[in-house]
Design a protein around this ligand. Structure first.
Ligand code: GDP
Length: 458
């Protein structure tokens, strides 16, 4: 993910402090030098790095003697607080909904920033939280932008308001604004009337971007803004763009005066400095983060949680919230009861597995567990397809086999392997893990205190 190397560098910096009983000024300066270099290498803007490190230095030197924390922990806790501030603590807030629907959300940003992808995610998330969103294709400059939004909308099961087909039949890469046949301002304006008429409560307007900031791009965004008077103008910024982030953010801030930021591509390998500079440079809150190409790779942004993820302190709160949104409580209770009485079958296992999968990719889930950065190698080797194979294997069993796995003899194993497109040894492996897990569950319900391992994990 974006902060991998920053996380490593920071924990390296703290490691040097860990052995010290009391910190001298030169210990602190040494650590701060390491932090400064780590941030600069992560492409955080120089101004931000300067004020960040000087605040940390001041606070670390003046740190009151704490009974509860050792010196290294105190420094980490100061860094955590300051990082949280940089990420926008104090200005952070939830999405602003209009008192009288529809709420109008306009997306702005450079071409390729991730606006169209975000429109789908936002639509999906809004639908999931009880809203009735409408996506609006007001990017008439890029050929296929309308079609792309329609594809995204179909996937998210959110309707798309688009100009009549044929208006953007150009085939060159970037259509000059003068040549674009549709009028994005009119599309945006018409979409609001459409939403009012059809009772959509949120309108998400996807606008055109350019490869670089330019006057015409800004003018068009301003025209759309003035026509629809949005409740939110979200500036979408690619976390991978490095040092240009600050200039781009400033230009859009002056140009359209956005109300909030969305960080996209936080899953990428880039250094993520954009993420760390944009809130403090513009003073605008980061509302969401986009973490992949899938519809669910999206989360509400919380400065404190992101800071603790960067410092490898985990983000258990987000994990719990995602779980709460996904899990069916009744079903979970029944599963627990079955485990206790020892009647938990492969069917139940499959449905648990499917619930967990609804949460998002295993990698992103595991990444939210504190201390996981140290196990990055194992995490990287984690094969999402393993879960697919497990599902396929269980699907190839008969209902009776799922209830009573002990009847699965050699010939049944061969049949299941064939049916699931896997191998007999994969089937054996799954059955073995399942048996172990079943034994463990029995032991636990019998009151044994032995700690369970991660049995059942592929
Ligand atoms: P737009 O020009 O601003 O509308 O950008 P798009 O939504 O078309 O995104 C540009 C490219 O980035 C597409 O290939 C997307 O699939 C990809 N993309 C968007 N958001 C993310 C993200 O959060 N993570 C990753 N890995 N790719 C993304």
């Amino acid at each position: 993910a974006a902060f991998t190397s920053l996380t490593d560098r920071l924990s390296q910096a703290f490691k040097h402090l860990r052995s010290k009983g009391k910190l001298s000024e030169s210990d602190i300066d040494g650590t701060i030098r390491e932090i400064r270099r780590a941030l600069l290498d992560a492409d955080v803007s120089l101004d931000v790095v300067r004020s960040f490190t000087s605040r940390i230095r001041e606070r670390a030197l003046g740190a009151e003697v704490s009974q509860a924390l050792n010196p290294a922990q105190q420094v980490v806790s100061i860094v955590n607080e300051e990082l949280t501030k940089i990420l926008g603590a104090g200005v952070d807030r939830p999405l602003n909904f209009a008192k009288k629907p529809p709420t109008v959300i306009m997306l702005a940003g450079l071409q390729g920033a991730g606006k169209t992808t975000l429109a789908g995610k936002l639509g999906y998330w809004l639908r999931d939280t009880g809203h009735t969103p409408l996506l609006v294709a007001a990017d008439l400059q890029r050929p296929n932008a309308v079609t792309q939004l329609q594809v995204v909308g179909a996937r998210a099961e959110v309707p798309v308001f688009a100009p009549e087909p044929g208006v953007q039949a150009e085939s060159s890469d970037v259509v000059e604004p003068g040549k674009a046949t549709g009028d994005p301002v009119k599309v945006a304006r018409d979409s609001i009337a459409f939403a009012q008429d059809k009772l959509y409560d949120t309108v998400i307007i996807d606008t055109a971007g350019r490869l670089g900031v330019d006057q015409e791009l800004m003018q068009q965004a301003q025209n759309i803004r003035n026509a629809v008077n949005p409740n939110e103008i979200l500036f979408v910024i690619d976390a991978m763009i490095g040092q240009d982030a600050v200039q781009t953010a400033k230009a859009f801030d002056e140009g359209v005066d956005f109300t909030g930021v969305v960080l996209s591509k936080l899953d990428g390998d880039a250094r993520g400095g954009a993420a760390l500079s944009v809130a403090s440079v513009t003073g605008k809150p980061i509302l969401f983060a986009s973490t992949g190409e899938g519809l669910k790779d999206f989360e509400v942004f919380h400065p404190d949680r992101m800071a603790s993820r960067i410092l490898d302190m985990g983000d258990v709160l987000t994990l719990i919230e995602q779980a709460q949104r996904t899990f069916d409580e009744q079903e979970a209770r029944e599963a627990a009861a079955k485990m206790q009485e020892g009647s938990f079958g492969l069917d139940d296992f499959l449905s648990q597995l499917q619930q967990v999968r609804k949460l998002g990719s295993m990698k992103s889930l595991l990444g939210m567990i504190p201390g996981m950065a140290q196990h990055r190698k194992e995490l990287e080797q984690f094969d999402e397809h393993e879960v697919d194979r497990t599902e396929a294997i269980i699907h190839s069993m008969t209902p009776q086999e799922r209830r009573e796995p002990n009847i699965i003899n050699g010939s049944r194993r061969a049949r299941i392997a064939y049916g699931s497109g896997t191998t007999v040894s994969a089937v054996n492996g799954l059955l073995q893990r399942f048996e172990q897990a079943a034994k463990m569950m029995k032991r636990m319900s019998n009151g044994s205190r032995s700690m369970p391992g991660m049995a059942g994990m592929p």
